[in-house]
Design a protein around this ligand. Structure first.
Ligand SMILES: [Zn+2]
Length: 301
């Protein structure tokens, strides 16, 4: 989309905060990423770095005639959405950090905070709607990155669960007496296929993992997805996040083969696992989708 000067362009301010990187973007109401900045998550003074990135995005928007409608923030958990407070497992600098209040003061916008995996499925849903693609009754997007989580949409609505924590596919058990997980259990999917878990297993950066490691990780993901698919009666699964996208074709093909192998019921025969439509931009589009979704569903997310 070209940025006109004659009339304003409506857009959302979008922020994606992960344990490895932080992205700030401006995403139009047509789902186009107009502006993006990305930094590595600093070990200290995370807010100072984020605030600088956000200030630059606000200046850029003002210069280019962009009207910012509201702000969506996707962040790693845990968090207390009701209070706007985050304590991301992979950002030790933030414990009970009042992120929503700080962002509201900085931007003077409404700020909508949610788990980054929920943002991912909203991005996928938005993409389907916009491309007039079939939107299934139930769909799931899985984020495989520093952590492993999922967002599920049913009937066009985000599944929240009793406390807002629905979607923790990272803690589906995939290995008996497997790796110790940060949650206290053993053999959780996250303890085997998250970026840090892969690093511990191979003693090097996850991005250097060989084909065997990628296939084993994909196979475990497919196993967990098959269980969830049977439980939820869903066949449409998309996968994003730095580990999933970085591991690429071998990972996705192994996940697909394993999911089909483990999902024997007739209603699961079309179970399909593919990469998220917006690839590495999906978390940012998802943050914008949070802002869009909260307006369309005025009740609490
Ligand atoms: Zn766990």
């Amino acid at each position: 989309m070209s940025v006109g000067t004659a009339s304003n362009v409506d857009a959302y301010l979008a922020v994606d905060i992960g344990g490895t990187k932080i992205s700030v973007g401006v995403v139009s109401t047509m789902r186009t990423v107009l502006y993006e900045s990305r930094i590595l998550t600093p070990p200290i003074n995370v807010w100072g770095s984020l605030a600088e990135q956000v200030a630059n995005a606000l200046k850029w928007s003002a210069r280019n005639g962009i009207s910012l409608l509201s702000c969506g923030v996707g962040c790693g958990g845990p968090m207390r959405v009701e209070d706007g407070v985050v304590s991301p497992l992979h950002i030790p600098d933030w414990r009970n950090f009042s992120l929503v209040q700080a962002m509201q003061q900085l931007t003077a916008l409404d700020v909508i905070l949610e788990n980054d995996a929920k943002a991912l499925v909203l991005a996928e849903h938005w993409s389907r709607e916009q491309n007039a693609a079939a939107v299934p009754a139930v769909m799931m997007s899985v984020l495989v990155s520093t952590g492993v989580g999922a967002g599920v949409m049913a009937g066009g609505k985000l599944m929240m669960g009793r406390t807002g924590n629905a979607g923790h596919i990272g803690h589906v058990i995939v290995q008996e007496n497997g790796n110790m997980c940060a949650c206290g259990a053993r053999g959780c999917l996250e303890a085997h296929i998250s970026g840090p878990a892969i690093e511990r297993a191979i003693g090097a950066a996850a991005s250097t993992a060989n084909v065997h490691t990628r296939v084993v990780a994909g196979t475990l993901l497919g196993q967990a997805i098959a269980s969830v698919a049977a439980m939820m009666d869903l066949t449409d699964v998309t996968v994003g996040g730095s580990v999933a996208l970085g591991f690429g074709k071998e990972f996705l093909e192994a996940a697909q083969a394993s999911a089909r192998q483990h999902a024997g019921l007739s209603f699961l025969k079309d179970l399909t696992i593919s990469a998220v439509a917006d690839r590495s931009l999906a978390p940012l589009v998802g943050a914008a989708a949070l802002a869009k979704y909260s307006v369309e569903h005025a009740s609490r997310l």
